[in-house]
Design a protein around this ligand. Structure first.
Ligand code: C5P
Length: 289
């Protein structure tokens, strides 16, 4: 989740400078790795029609890890089976592909006995995608650059999010292109200092009032029904924000009120409604029994 996602005009490399606050939430995929002669991936759950060839981000993570290991003179096996069980909606604006890439990096680092440090994995992650370093780090963090330059933040409270996810995703590059079309000549991103200060305290209301996402208007321009739903939720006095580049919508509440709010959302909207809590851990290894 991005509690705030402030976006500036595109850099010469096409990426947009960001000032963002990331929070890891507990909707997660499982990534299982086993020894194998070749590097392969299979996907079950939500992403069954995703590509499983060399373009797959988990395969690219495995390849990037192999080349880094060999560069520093480590002996690295050629393969592994990667099995992803997906629960994070695909193209939902929740960095699910980045989470899988991050999990693949930590899992293969362990399986292959490479012993690369968290910092080295983060550097490899940053080349794979802007959100991969945060998916490795987890917790709550301030992100700048294209989102890969991180500083951890301390959270003063536990947050509950009621998420409205939908079947048809949105393409992140298309939403950024729409941003460029709507805001020609955009300068540096707005800053998130006020939100970061509020997050250190225990009150959710002050945080709720500072949620912001500069990709919300572009995403709503591409999918007007998202804007209509956000307006309805705002009219009911709720703190709502688009998640990343959308189309997932996130409503912030306290852990005590989450179940009741989710029940109300289920009654009001024809979408999948989930409850997620944050901040939580980033990608980590759990040994098979
Ligand atoms: O870094 P990642 O591969 O996740 O980015 C996906 C796409 O999102 C990029 O190709 C780019 O179009 C857009 N993007 C951007 N500025 C960022 C992050 C992503 O324009 N800071």
């Amino acid at each position: 989740m991005n509690l705030a996602l402030r976006v500036g005009g595109p850099r010469p490399d096409g990426f947009h400078p960001l000032d963002t606050v990331f929070e890891a939430i507990d909707i997660f995929d499982d990534v299982e790795v086993r020894p194998a002669p070749e590097l392969t991936v299979s996907i079950s759950g939500l992403g069954e029609d995703l590509p499983t060839d060399e373009s797959n981000l988990a395969i690219r993570a495995g390849r990037a890890l192999q080349s880094r290991a060999r560069e520093v003179g480590l002996d690295c096996p050629a393969g592994a089976n990667i099995r992803i069980t997906k629960r994070i909606p695909v193209a939902g604006g929740m960095a699910g592909g980045s989470a899988d890439a991050a999990a693949t990096l930590v899992a293969l680092n362990e399986l292959w006995g490479l012993g690369l440090s968290a910092e080295e994995l983060r550097a490899i992650g940053g080349e794979l995608g802007s959100d991969v370093p945060f998916a490795l780090m987890g917790g709550l963090a301030h992100g700048v650059g294209r989102g890969e330059e991180l500083a951890p933040l301390r959270a003063g409270a536990m947050h509950a999010w009621v998420l409205l996810t939908r079947e048809h995703g949105l393409s992140t590059p298309a939403v950024f292109r729409q941003f460029d079309a709507m805001y020609p000549g955009a300068g540096e991103p707005a800053d998130t200092a006020e939100l970061r200060a509020a997050l250190a305290g225990p009150a959710i209301d002050t945080v709720a009032a500072l949620l912001a996402n500069d990709l919300q208007a572009p995403a709503c321009a591409l999918r007007p029904e998202i804007g209509a739903e956000i307006e309805l939720i705002e009219a009911a006095g709720r703190a709502v924000v688009l998640s990343g580049s959308g189309p997932t919508i996130a409503v912030l509440t306290s852990p005590e009120q989450a179940e009741e709010l989710a029940a109300q959302m289920r009654a009001d909207f024809p979408y999948d409604v989930h409850i997620a809590y944050g901040p939580t851990a980033g990608a980590h290894v759990r040994m098979a029994e």
